[in-house]
Ligand binder design. Structure first.
Ligand SMILES: Cc1cc2nc3c(=O)[nH]c(=O)nc-3n(C[C@H](O)[C@H](O)[C@H](O)COP(=O)(O)OP(=O)(O)OC[C@H]3O[C@@H](n4cnc5c(N)ncnc54)[C@H](O)[C@@H]3O)c2cc1C
Length: 491
């Protein structure tokens, strides 16, 4: 059973994890990191371990945004599907990028030990399920992942998926035995503690208001202090603000919300036997059992910030849509955070000009990718590791500003709608196939009985055929469900 708790971590005790120290004096360092989320903290930890003097400037507090509000699932790969990655940059480079993404996951595994982060509750295995019947596609994806990309995966047939998750909503699954989950919130604070122990200085409540990256020694200004550094790493996600507006504008901000139910008792484990994380291939649902009998579930998204509590109802309805046997579930806590989506779906990792670095755009899959970015950037600055250049084909593309957000919301609604429609169609086809199989079985049985019956003495004479009774009509198939109107509530 998963021991991970989110509700406990989000309670009043969470504040005790913070001891904000505002920067109020001028400072000279080798590396200044903007942002104390997963990305910034990993850069800081790695660079400090390699001997650099590091200052992290955080406008709010450690893990304030997405990094302190994620579900803790660590998978290999990127938000961009592997096929599209190969199409974009070719097979060899895609393989290298994939290998880097696995290194990122291994970094998290090595850091997230009980000794370093007590209560981190690492548990193994994640399942990616499809909303549509994709048997053929699944086999080729599995072959590619295991043979070409050296990733341990298992293909699960529909029956296996449905014996672990008692719902007709999902079809095939890809099981990643080496993927894992941790308590996400504890991880980000554990990372900060490790970075501090390695010598990095983290200043909270210290927003960066301007950056001058032109000279060899760069200048950073905060409300009450100035810094000079040889390198600046921008790891502020969508919140970088006015001084770096052009960079922020290359990200489409998407707020993702998640909630945790009240304890659901033993019935939860009967309905969901799988103990790792489950996510669907459309990126809509993401859930797992926590605290033994609670369900933690991320689903709705918006392109404007909204109060997370407003989404309690839609999360509960979504759970009921997928697992109606659970009945009405009460949501005890809801939270959310903004992720930065790039136009091409890959993170922004690299050097913008000499000494000015970016680590951003990690989207929904930020744990392994931000860890990898942190390692790559720190090693490039201190060791001359040039592998970050593999990300060069994914240039900074304007995400469309406010118009892009409207478009993003519409595309999001459309994607959820079309995925709901294809899911409904897949379930409709499945029902039709079952009915067809039943019809065939009935016909075969009738034929078998007819063949084994002794010749009927009262058979009508040749030429006068007895009328054949048609097989009973199958019940009319259920029509496909209407397209969702967003919020993930009506699929
Ligand atoms: C509900 C939810 C569930 C998720 N689940 C998962 C999951 O299970 N697995 C997974 O891999 N990913 C998950 N993610 C995605 C993951 O959380 C993000 O990709 C990741 O946290 C991004 O980290 P970051 O450091 O880039 O950004 P952030 O967490 O946004 O950190 C950036 C920090 O920079 C600071 N900042 C910005 N500008 C400035 C400035 N000018 N001066 C000072 N500070 C500044 C901000 O205050 C912020 O604290 C989830 C996200 C959400 C919202």
């Amino acid at each position: 059973m998963s021991e991970t708790s989110t509700s406990v971590n989000r309670g009043p005790g969470a504040a005790a994890l913070r001891d904000p120290t505002r920067l109020s004096f001028d400072l000279d360092v080798d590396i200044c990191v903007v942002g104390a989320g997963l990305a910034g903290l990993t850069v800081a930890l790695e660079a400090a371990r390699l001997g650099a003097s590091v200052a992290v400037l955080e406008g709010r507090h450690v893990g304030w945004n997405a990094s302190g509000n994620q579900l803790g699932t660590v998978m290999p790969g990127y938000g961009l599907p592997i096929g599209e990655l190969i199409e974009r940059i070719g097979f060899e480079d895609a393989r290298e990028l994939w290998a880097l993404s696995k290194e990122g996951a291994e970094f998290v595994r090595a850091a997230a030990t009980e000794e370093q982060m007590p209560g981190i509750s690492l548990s193994e295995g994640a399942l990616e399920v499809s909303n549509v019947d994709v048997g053929e596609r699944l086999i080729s994806q599995l072959q590619m992942l295991s043979e070409d990309f050296e990733t341990e995966v298992e293909g699960w047939q529909v029956d296996r998926v449905r014996s672990e998750l008692k719902t007709g909503r999902y079809f095939h699954g890809v099981y990643y035995p080496k993927a894992f989950q941790i308590d996400g919130r504890k991880y980000v604070h554990g990372l900060a503690a490790m970075a501090r122990r390695a010598g990095a200085r983290i200043f909270e409540d210290t927003p960066v208001v301007s950056v001058d990256a032109s000279g060899i020694r760069k200048r950073i200004v905060t409300p009450s202090a100035r810094l000079r550094a040889s390198h600046i790493v921008l790891a502020g996600n969508i919140h970088l603000g006015a001084p770096l507006r052009r960079l922020s504008d290359t990200l489409l901000p998407v707020w993702r919300y998640a909630g945790v139910t009240e304890p659901l008792g033993e019935r939860l484990n009967e309905i969901i036997a799988f103990k790792g994380s489950v996510s669907d291939t459309d990126g809509i649902d993401h859930f797992r059992i926590v605290d033994g009998d609670r369900l933690m579930w991320a689903s709705p998204e918006t392109t404007w910030a909204m109060r997370p509590r407003r989404f309690a109802g839609s999360i509960a309805r979504r759970i009921r849509t997928i697992f109606p046997q659970l009945g009405r579930v009460a949501i005890s806590d809801v939270w959310g955070g903004a992720i930065g989506q790039t136009v091409h779906g890959m993170p922004q990792i690299g050097q913008l000009r000499k000494g000015l670095w970016v680590a951003s755009g990690f989207g929904r899959q930020g744990l392994n990718t931000s860890a990898m970015a942190g390692q790559l950037i720190a090693r490039s600055i201190l060791w001359g590791d040039e592998r970050w250049r593999l990300f060069s084909p994914f240039e900074l593309v304007w995400a469309g500003g406010p118009i892009g957000r409207v478009a993003g919301q519409i595309v999001g609604i459309w994607e959820r709608g079309s995925s709901a429609t294809s899911g409904a169609l897949a379930r409709y086809r499945e029902r039709a196939r079952i009915q067809e199989r039943l019809r065939e079985a009935r016909l075969a049985e009738t034929n078998r009985q007819a063949a084994s019956r002794p010749a009927n003495p009262r058979r009508p004479p040749p030429g006068r055929q007895r009328p054949v009774r048609p097989p009973p009509a199958a019940p009319p198939p259920e029509p496909p469900a209407p397209a969702s109107q967003g919020g993930g509530e009506t699929t």
